[in-house]
Design a protein. Structure first.
Length: 288
């Protein structure tokens, strides 16, 4: 029962590979950069790293031959969204594949204010058209999203944004990976969508108060205009598409789309999700 992981060198994919291997599950990491994969994982038993152009349907079909389960963790917009559809479509034609599980996002819908939510909705709609056996995990915003603000926080002890109110139950990406491993390895969780949140809705200013307590000095929220945020993100090297997605995420937060929790993580894993304080403590040096 080998699981192919696509996006294996990303934040969640890396943890999913490790989680599967810890459970003795064989993994085929289909990657564009085998060197990056080897430096993340070394050469553990049970792991095959295979350089694969996943955008090439014939090459991907060859890499998926004999695979039982597929996990996909990459973006929902732009070219990554094209690749996601190719992966789903090719998987639908491989007889050995029993389940494709995709990393999606909370509030996946056609009419969310979030671009990411609409992007994942359209990949789900495409998957339904292929008849592939299919599940998703749909996490809230990652606590790790705060790392995008780390350079600004280090430099000026501020975080610039649009959402000075509106809450999100931030979830740790390591918890997302743990839940994904459970879904991949427990057939009773297949063919379903699993919304995941952290333990407690927080606004950005409230999350920054927790970071201030961790650092022992104040970090403040700086309310800026959309244009100023766009320019700041682009100057920091964020792509235009990613900046657009981050700005739309602020609209969704302000509209209250994320202000709730679900207990799916507890149900799936048998324990509570990590609090944001645990993430901030573990990643303290990145903000200090
Ligand atoms: N950030 C959040 O707060 C949040 C919250 C909920 C859901 N999500 C969802 O999480 C997903 C992103 O997960 P993540 O943060 O784990 O991703 P990530 O760290 O950005 O990793 C993306 C992975 O996709 C691979 N990739 C990207 N473009 C590729 C291409 N053209 N060809 C082959 N491989 C390619 C990357 O490979 P390389 O390592 O070679 O670059 C990497 O392995 C998105 O679908 C997003 O909607 C994010």
């Amino acid at each position: 029962m080998t699981t192919a992981v696509i996006g294996a060198t990303g934040k969640v994919g890396t943890e999913v590979v490790r989680g599967l291997l810890e459970q003795g599950e064989p993994v085929a990491a289909l990657v564009r950069d085998p060197g990056k994969a080897r430096s993340a994982f070394g050469e553990p038993d049970g792991l095959t790293v295979r350089a694969t152009r996943v955008q090439d349907p014939a090459e991907l079909a060859g890499a998926l031959d004999g695979i039982s389960r597929v996990f996909v963790a990459m973006g929902s917009i732009g070219y990554e969204a094209v690749i996601q559809r190719i992966v789903v479509n090719v998987s639908a034609g491989i007889p050995s594949i029993e389940q494709v599980t995709r990393l999606s996002v909370l509030n996946t819908s056609a009419d969310s204010r979030g671009i990411n939510q609409r992007g994942h909705y359209s990949v789900d709609a495409f998957a339904a058209s292929t008849g592939v056996r299919y599940s998703t995990v749909r996490p809230a915003v990652f606590s790790a999203s705060m790392l995008a603000g780390a350079p600004e926080i280090r430099a000026s002890r501020t975080w610039s944004g649009l959402a000075d109110h509106g809450r999100v139950a931030l979830i740790d990406h390591r918890d997302v990976a743990e839940a994904a491993v459970r879904v991949l390895t427990d057939r009773s969780l297949w063919d379903a969508h699993h919304a995941l949140t952290g333990p407690e809705p927080l606004s950005w200013p409230e999350a920054l108060a927790l970071l201030s307590a961790e650092l022992g000095e104040p970090v403040g929220f700086r309310l800026v205009t959309e244009q100023a945020l766009l320019e700041q993100l682009i100057a920091a090297g964020v792509s235009v598409g990613q900046a657009e997605m981050l700005i739309a995420r602020e609209w969704a937060i302000l509209a209250g789309e994320n202000d709730y929790t679900v207990d799916t993580f507890q149900q799936i894993t048998g324990h509570a999700p990590r609090p944001v304080t645990a993430f901030l403590h573990d990643y303290r040096e990145r903000f200090a």
